[in-house]
Write a protein that binds this ligand. Structure first.
Ligand code: UDX
Length: 451
């Protein structure tokens, strides 16, 4: 049970209902709890977090009215829009009843909400409770998203092939092909979400899961453009290393397997919690890994290959070929994996959490962005921080094999390993007592205390 301190202030935190959003919000909650705040996690029924993993928090389930069919919709923007429509009044009602998540007479001093669940901000305004948005993407993505409408009006989105390599003015190193757009689902829904969720509101403060030393220029742009306090307090997991947030069961059996491998020898492969791959891509990835002759740990999420439950159709010849060298799991304890000394490279979709986790463990990357902010992150990894190489175009076994060899065995890979270790040291300093993230965290706590 939550220990409700009589004198402490209560914060309500509303995570976005996807793994990459839930994780940073629960980490933030853990940090703020350790700074003396009482915490309520208000979450949708859809993708609800495991309350038993967080006995220190109160949990409030917001009826979201999503049907089974709506939950299975692969168009994430459609889910987000529906959820926001459905939750605004139910959330307001939950808060105004206030029976099961506050002490009698206790006031909620602030609602911290993921930008995706913007219904929270509307409810907070109605109830006259201050609110702060958490943006779970990088500062570079956060600053570029609001210009997407303008670019669409100019005919640049969807991005024509002739523009893919053209630099986006004022947003170097991004090219038009790196803009955080979706290549699936309805473009109209996507733009509605961009308008409703990702236009920074002028009245509120903003928390970002990023760190000054990684994103000095986009953070400066954000500060110039928006007259709101901006708190880059990341990487949040460095301040809350034990926060558990997995929606899927982690297979810890891969750790003893890693224990048997040599230092920096294993390539870890995961495309995150949302991306899908076709059966052809699966086969090309598999044979690229097999032909590279390097040991690998590969996460393949059940349901991530349309038409398959898991990997039942995988080639027997492949399985035989990699049986002593490969470990395939449904979901891994990723942070432990990246921290393992056997792991020498991360082939990733470049979700922002994965990007930060890899940098923090000094692991260079092979970048295979699938959609949205992943393309921005991949561009920064490869061309700004120079700690990763990009797999461009169709996934093909020869390209995969070469990329793995380059990263794990060649001088170019060695240089990336050195660069990512330098970056890791900078981030370590930023989260230390004299570092920028630590400073912004103290400022955030001061602001919350004053509300
Ligand atoms: C989604 C979007 O894809 C991403 O672009 C956006 O930045 C956040 O939302 P997701 O695909 O979930 O993110 O990727 P990412 O942001 O990297 O988050 C995945 C999280 O799941 C990471 O914290 C990672 O550690 C964890 N994970 C992943 C596991 O714990 N085990 C796994 O096997 C794979």
């Amino acid at each position: 049970m939550e220990n409700r301190g009589r004198n402490s202030k209560r914060l309500v935190l509303v995570p976005g209902p996807f793994q990459g959003h839930l994780t940073p919000m629960l980490q933030l909650a853990t940090i703020l709890k350790s700074r003396g705040f009482s915490i309520t996690i208000a979450h949708t029924q859809f993708n609800s977090p495991d309350s038993s993993a967080h006995p220190d928090f109160a949990f409030l389930c917001i009826p979201d009215g999503l049907s089974e069919q709506e939950v299975r919709n692969p168009d994430l923007a459609a889910i987000v829009l529906r959820l926001n429509d459905n939750c605004k009044s139910s959330f307001r009602e939950c808060l105004s009843q206030g029976t099961n998540h506050t002490e009698p007479g206790e006031k909620i001093c602030c609602i911290i909400y993921d930008a995706l669940v913007y219904f929270s901000e509307a409810a907070a305004r109605d109830l006259k409770i201050p609110s702060i948005a958490l943006y779970t993407s990088s500062a570079a993505t956060t600053i570029v998203r609001p210009i997407l409408h303008e670019l669409k009006a100019q005919g640049h989105i969807p991005v024509p092939d002739s523009m893919l390599q053209v630099p986006v003015p004022l947003h170097q190193p991004l090219r038009f092909g790196d803009l955080p757009t979706f290549n699936f689902g309805s473009l109209d829904y996507f733009f509605e979400v961009v308008a409703l969720a990702y236009n920074l509101r002028p009245s509120s403060a903003v928390i970002l899961n990023t760190v000054h030393c990684l994103e000095e220029s986009p953070l400066a742009q954000l500060n110039r453009k928006y007259q709101v306090p901006i708190f880059p307090v990341g990487p949040l997991h460095k301040f809350a290393p034990t926060s558990a947030a997995s929606l899927l069961q982690e297979d810890t059996g891969c750790i003893p397997w890693l224990d048997k491998q040599t230092h920096n020898s294993v390539i870890y492969v995961s495309l995150g919690s949302v991306a899908h791959m076709s059966q052809d891509q699966l086969s090309e990835m598999a044979w690229g890994l097999a032909n590279s002759k390097e040991p690998f740990l590969w996460v393949i999420r059940p349901g991530s290959i349309p038409g398959l439950e898991w990997i039942e159709s995988m080639d027997e010849e492949f399985k035989e070929c990699v049986k002593d060298r490969g470990c395939i799991v449904k979901w891994a304890p990723q942070k432990k994996v990246l921290a393992h000394e056997a792991v020498g490279g991360f082939w990733s979709h470049c979700g922002w959490n994965s990007t930060l986790e890899s940098i923090c463990e000094g692991v260079p990357m092979i970048c295979q962005p699938c959609f949205g902010d992943q393309k921005v992150n991949a561009r920064y990894l490869t061309h700004e921080w120079r700690v990763g190489l990009e797999l461009e175009g169709e996934i093909e076994r020869g390209t995969v094999e070469r990329a793995i060899r380059t990263l794990m065995k060649e001088k170019e890979g060695e240089e990336m390993r050195q660069s990512v270790l330098d970056l890791k040291n900078k981030v370590d300093f930023s989260v230390g007592d004299a570092g920028s993230s630590c400073h912004y965290l103290s400022e955030l706590v001061k602001l919350l205390t004053s509300l």
